[in-house]
Design a protein around this ligand. Structure first.
Ligand SMILES: [Fe+2]
Length: 358
């Protein structure tokens, strides 16, 4: 009786918060009664959020276009993904690769199926050990390209990312399902330290699927009304799509992007993408950046993360907040604290560790 009363008080207290979240990047149908409401979504709430986010991103990108080359902007506008082989001059890349491989720093890990993801955040202390990496992420050319794809002038969250496949002999990986990360334009970027062949699980992307066409908006509306019967990721707002539906949406097939070392891949992950399946055990190490911001802001600037001081502390601060909330019984920690490791250290099988969020 008391528990149900407390639950109903909590639900009522959360109403203004859930309502305000409609105007933010909040995306989970399952965790917000307004975003997941059949009635509101029949009226088009979700599809309208998608369409408005696209319109505002286009207007912000128009203002950010002067900060990258016209070729890169045109490739991105067409495909939603830009691939730049031989990104750094060979001597600079050799120095960057050597310093990242020699790094030993605090990391977090999560295992999904047989794929282990290891993230080392580029905090000020870590960047101090990576002079070549620090020089790169502070360059105007790098910033301009990442800002354009993210559709905002911001400081992306920076990591050294390692993906190790076939951990514990398992070959499954839920991230190999084609999906859209968010309902709005968002950016992910990898500078690969080593070759990633077709058999090693390269990035997969459906070119052109970053555009919210009328058919896509129809599909978004339908999915916003059927999320209860779907998978957990879609319920949280990261919609999965089948190859057949991709074709029906008019986007054409998704393709794999195997790369040589020193290739930069940058994509709008509103577009449909996945990790390719690894046909053999592999280790992929990359300088990785992720950029997301409230998609309903009309302006491109004024982001606190565009200050390096904030940019380089955001991942660690986010993890500390999640740890504190988890200690209070409010949610789960974000990934498993792996202590200080090297990017290329072998994986410890964490498949039994279900008490973390991916
Ligand atoms: Fe994704």
């Amino acid at each position: 009786m008391l528990a149900s009363l407390l639950r109903s008080i909590r639900r009522t207290a959360m109403v203004p918060w859930h309502l305000m979240a409609i105007a933010t990047s909040s995306r989970s149908f399952a965790h917000n009664p307004f975003l997941g409401s059949d009635r509101l979504n029949r009226w088009g709430l979700h599809a309208r959020r998608v369409a408005m986010a696209q319109r505002l991103a286009a207007s912000r990108r128009a203002r950010l276009a002067r900060d990258l080359s016209p070729e890169d902007a045109a490739a991105f506008d067409r495909d939603g993904i830009v691939v730049k082989p031989d990104f750094l001059p060979p001597d600079r890349f050799a120095r960057l690769k050597a310093e990242i491989e020699a790094l030993r720093a605090p990391a977090r890990e999560v295992q999904q199926g047989g794929a282990l993801s290891r993230l080392i955040p580029l905090s000020p202390a870590v960047l101090a050990q990576l002079p070549e990496t620090r020089a790169l992420v502070n360059e105007p050319g790098w910033r301009g390209l990442l800002n354009y794809v993210a559709s905002t002038r911001h400081g992306p969250v920076l990591f050294i990312q390692t993906i190790i496949s076939h951990v514990g002999g398992r070959v499954d990986d839920p991230q190999t399902e084609l999906h859209s990360d968010t309902f709005y334009p968002s950016m992910k970027c990898w500078l690969y330290l080593h070759d990633v062949a077709e058999e090693d699980g390269p990035f997969v992307y459906a070119p052109g699927s970053h555009r919210a066409t009328p058919r896509r908006l129809w599909w978004e509306r339908a999915r916003s009304l059927s999320w209860r019967g779907g998978d957990e990721h879609s319920g949280r707002g990261s919609l999965r799509v089948s190859a057949e539906m991709l074709r029906r949406l008019g986007y054409g097939a998704a393709r794999a992007y195997p790369v040589r070392a020193n290739t930069l891949v940058i994509a709008d992950t509103y577009g449909f993408h996945a990790r390719g399946p690894s046909a053999r055990p592999s280790v992929r190490i990359a300088l990785w950046a992720q950029g997301r911001r409230n998609p309903f802001l009309p302006w491109a600037g004024l982001s606190p993360t565009s200050l390096d001081y904030v940019r380089d502390r955001q991942a660690v601060a986010f993890w500390a907040i999640r740890d504190t909330l988890a200690r209070l019984g409010l949610g789960r920690p974000y990934m498993h604290d792996a202590g200080a490791v090297r990017p290329g250290d072998p994986a410890m099988d964490r498949s039994g560790d279900a008490r973390v969020d991916a």
